[in-house]
Design a protein around this ligand. Structure first.
Ligand code: NAP
Length: 482
């Protein structure tokens, strides 16, 4: 069994070969738990990306033209390769990103599940025969891979954010040029190593690291890149939507969130507190679907806060590779500064620290899991993503008030509701302007369902049958004179 260093590829994968940057320059990669440099990756840019696109364009006809079951068979092998190497790939992920090993193992496993799911879905990517309006005609609707896909992904889920793009793309025969985040490039490069190991044709999967602007610029400039799929901040997503207009590419955007987590006074409070812990503190609060604002109805406010504080106090902070650690470090010093800025703003506006509230004694980028009470809508985190381990608890009186506060943001990714009133659950499903709603659940990501946001949280879906649609073009053929 390979260890994590075996999967730590300090090179880029272009046209089936491992390469360095033309300039020979490299970028250091750091373990956020220790501050140590663990290796380097090439500082590639426009020229290398252009060659990757050439290779992907050349490989497209081979991958798209394969027998479906050969393509599906490759995905089965990819799934098995991920699971056979789950421990090593998870350790690599923890070393470069900081999340606890158990969460990293879960991330590799869900990535493998996405691969299996899309292998299954590819066999059902059916077309249609539509009744024609006049006799003597047949109307056929057929489905085709879009072509070369450019993928740009963030550091917080460096493996699974690519899984949700790589798997559907390869399933239908699209070829890939991917750029992982600079902070966590190895889990992205591991996808290239896995593709090589299971026998994908050269050029089907290319992974480049380096200047985001140069690499994205090359993707945008080329007609052959027919789709851009991006997961990251809303700010960069908007920029990429603008840039993609020149060659009218398809775009999928998985952008920022600001999830409300609403607890009604009829809720099972223990379940709600447990759900809040999972939703808020997973990945130290650095997920796009993290509970960002916890709204609690007045009648159960104090009881809920007490339970939340008690559970939060149990979270062990430390290096993700240590046993029992539930909270790793934040990704970098900027993330810590942002968390402190949001805390200072809230405290200045009257919030009280019920637990935590400062940097952790471990130093570096470790931060104490924090609970704030007395949060209000004028505080910055009411409209901004926290991306750190702060749980602000707001108070509300009525259902209408909770809905109004929950929707008062440009974001529309995930939301959570705890209630035992079935009618209320359906009313909230209608009223919440969010792409995903967890009723009595704080963990809603699953391969069978379409993950994605409304409003400025993005467009397109990942997972579900919809996740395959995004990689397919629809054509219609009219056959006349029958
Ligand atoms: P980010 O700063 O937007 O970066 C994401 C990716 O875009 C990275 O690969 C980054 O490269 C690249 N990038 C940065 N500037 C670029 C530019 N001008 N042109 C092209 N690419 C550019 O986001 P992040 O800080 O890594 O990730 C956190 C954000 O992602 C949060 O807002 C979070 O909510 C969101 N997110 C959303 C989802 C979802 O499914 N909706 C899932 C996870 C995360 P470098 O690393 O080289 O800068």
């Amino acid at each position: 069994m390979a260890d994590w260093q075996t999967w730590m590829k300090q090179a880029n994968f272009v046209a089936g070969a491992w390469i360095g940057a033309d300039s020979g320059q490299t970028i250091d990669v750091t373990n956020p738990a220790t501050g140590e440099v663990i290796g380097t990756v090439p500082a590639c840019g426009e020229a290398e990306t252009m060659r990757a696109i050439d290779a992907a364009a050349a490989a497209f006809s081979e991958l798209a033209g394969m027998d479906l079951m050969t393509r599906v068979g490759l995905l089965w092998k990819l799934h098995d390769a991920l699971m056979d190497n789950q421990a090593a790939l998870a350790e690599l992920l923890t070393v470069e990103m900081g999340k606890p090993l158990a969460e990293a193992k879960g991330e590799i496993a869900i990535g493998a599940q996405y691969v299996r799911w899309f292998a299954e879905e590819a066999r059902r990517a059916k077309g249609e025969i539509v009744p024609p309006g006049v006799n003597g005609r047949r109307i056929l609707v057929t489905r085709h891979p879009v072509g070369v896909v450019g993928m740009i992904t963030p550091w917080n889920f460096p493996s699974s954010m690519l899984a949700r793009k790589v798997a559907p793309a390869l399933a239908v025969g699209c070829t890939i040029v991917a750029k992982p985040a600079t902070a966590t490039p190895y889990s992205g490069l591991a996808w290239a190593a896995l593709a090589e190991e299971v026998g994908y044709p050269a050029g089907a999967v290319n992974v480049v690291t380096g200047s985001a602007r140069a690499i994205a610029g090359a993707m945008m400039a080329r007609d052959e890149v027919r789709k851009i799929t991006f997961t990251g901040s809303t700010e960069v997503g908007k920029e990429l939507i603008r840039q993609s207009a020149d060659t009218v590419k398809k775009v999928s955007m998985e952008l920022g969130g600001n999830a409300p987590f609403i607890v009604f006074d009829d809720a099972d409070l223990d379940a709600a507190a447990e759900g809040a812990i999972v939703s808020k503190y997973r990945n130290s609060g650095q997920t796009c679907v993290c509970a960002n604002r916890i709204y609690v109805q007045a009648g159960v406010y104090d009881a809920f806060v007490e339970k939340l504080v008690a559970k939060t106090r149990e979270l062990k902070v430390g290096d993700g590779r240590e046993d029992g650690v539930a909270q790793g470090p934040l990704i970098d010093a900027d993330a810590v500064a942002k968390v402190e800025e949001l805390l200072d703003d809230a405290k200045a506006k009257g919030a009280e620290v019920a637990l935590g509230g400062s940097r952790h004694q471990l130093g570096g980028t470790f931060f104490q899991p924090t609970v704030l009470t007395g949060a209000t809508q004028d505080m910055a985190f009411a409209t901004e993503e926290i991306f750190g381990p702060i749980a602000p608890v707001f108070r509300f009186e009525t259902e209408e008030e909770a809905i109004g506060m929950a929707n008062a943001t440009v974001f529309g990714l995930a939301s959570y509701v705890y209630t035992r009133d079935l009618g209320r659950a359906f009313r909230l499903n209608d009223a919440l302007q969010y792409g995903m709603i967890g009723i009595n659940s704080g963990l809603i990501t699953t391969v069978e369902a379409p993950f994605g946001g409304l409003k400025e949280s993005g467009m397109g879906k990942e997972g579900g049958s919809q996740g395959l649609e995004d990689y397919l073009d629809t054509k219609y053929v009219c056959i006349d004179g029958i």
